[in-house]
Design a protein around this ligand. Structure first.
Ligand SMILES: NC(=O)c1ccc[n+]([C@@H]2O[C@H](COP(=O)([O-])OP(=O)(O)OC[C@H]3O[C@@H](n4cnc5c(N)ncnc54)[C@H](OP(=O)(O)O)[C@@H]3O)[C@@H](O)[C@H]2O)c1
Length: 339
């Protein structure tokens, strides 16, 4: 078998190191395809994985999000052909329907399951979505985790309507894709950020209102004022412990908080009492299914939405992509080219 290049998280004295390795390609099973990875993207989750050598296997190939071209198909594959532009879902086995907790251990690029930061990647045919023609590989690689999460929260579960208001926290991947999709249907979106410069960019992208959560820590009250005292219909709760109480304060009667993020840590213990007096809901969101991903792509294509890519790194420069993500100075997504 031929060799290919892949990155692996290898345990060192102080934690994981990102090592570039040469590995043998394995033969395909009947319902698998091999894709040449053209681009991969980073998510905040990839920092959590990198920082947790106890919770992830030694030698894990990192990253969940890739876009590429099929170069080989298994003997039983009928729906895809060599040359197709495809992207695998974050949970390859969650193709449709209700979630099962068994999918958690199969998420790409975490635990015991290798991811996509490699020259070639193998995927089950049922885990794939076609990349819309109008999207480039880097744009398509921005979607499997961040895009599907924002789509699932706002559209599949949230049933967002054009007359609704939305609040997204920060200007990373999930937040900006949420902003772009919600504003595409006419919903009014409030963006919070630590940076006035990023807020100006968010306004240029369609944000209705912006709040600097560092200089205006009472952003929840400001959000209530901006919505004429009602509160916000959908909040993408990304901060975790540092923001959750304020999200509850800012949610409108009948509104929905999508519980998604852990940017300030795990284990938020907010006072949930106000939710009952607002008839408001919390939707726990864990990325989404392959079917959600296909629905997302249809929506993005219909509205001509291009994900925001902050920076594209060469394959050899993957370490620098991690550093940029850790700095949190990015706006939107960070991608890495295939080999
Ligand atoms: N549940 C799920 O299925 C799921 C899926 C995807 C992501 N997530 C989670 O969602 C969060 C966002 O993920 P991502 O990949 O979009 O992140 P990202 O691209 O790394 O974006 C992070 C941005 O959020 C802002 N931020 C940082 N700390 C914050 C805080 N304490 N409060 C509010 N904003 C803060 C910063 O933007 P500014 O500089 O503009 O302030 C930062 O650049 C992460 O916690 C991630 O683990 C969960």
């Amino acid at each position: 078998m031929a060799l290919h290049q892949q990155y692996a998280l290898v345990r060192g004295k102080t934690g994981f190191n990102l090592d570039l390795q040469s590995k043998e390609l394995r033969a395909l099973r009947p319902h698998e395809i091999r894709m040449k990875v053209k681009a991969a993207s980073l998510n905040y989750r990839d920092l959590l994985t990198f920082d947790d050598p106890d919770g992830n296997k030694d030698g894990l190939v990192p990253l969940s999000d890739a876009a590429g071209e099929i170069v080989e198909i298994g003997s039983g594959v009928r729906n895809w052909k060599i040359g197709d532009r495809v992207s695998p879902g974050f949970f390859p086995a969650w193709t449709d329907g209700a979630f099962s907790q068994s999918h958690l251990s199969n998420a790409l690029g975490g635990g015991q399951t290798d991811g996509v930061l490699s020259e070639y990647a193998i995927a089950d045919e049922a885990a794939l979505v076609a990349i819309p023609d109008y999207l480039g590989f880097h744009e398509a690689a921005a979607l499997p985790c961040a895009g599907v999460t924002a789509w699932h929260a706002l559209f599949e579960r949230g049933k967002i309507q054009p007359e609704h208001t939305v609040l997204v926290q920060g200007t990373g991947g999930v937040a900006l894709l949420g902003l772009q999709m919600a504003s595409a249907i006419g919903a009014r979106v409030i963006v919070t950020s630590s940076s006035d410069e990023k807020l100006a960019r968010a306004r240029a992208l369609g944000a209705w209102q912006t709040i600097n959560y560092k200089s205006q820590p009472d952003w929840d009250q400001i959000a209530v004022e901006l919505t004429d005292g009602r509160g916000v219909d959908h909040i993408l709760e990304l901060g975790g412990p540092s923001s959750y109480d304020r999200s509850i304060a800012a949610i409108a009667p009948g509104g929905q908080i999508a519980q998604i993020g852990v940017l300030s840590g795990f284990g938020a213990r907010p006072d949930m009492t106000p939710l009952q007096f607002k008839n408001a809901a919390v939707n726990g969101i864990c990325v989404g299914s392959v079917a959600h991903y296909a629905n997302l792509n249809r929506f993005l294509q219909k509205h001509g939405i291009h994900p925001v890519i902050d920076a594209e790194f060469a394959f050899d420069d993957a370490g620098a992509a991690y550093e940029l993500l850790r700095s949190a100075s990015h706006f939107g997504k960070i991608t890495i080219s295939g080999m």
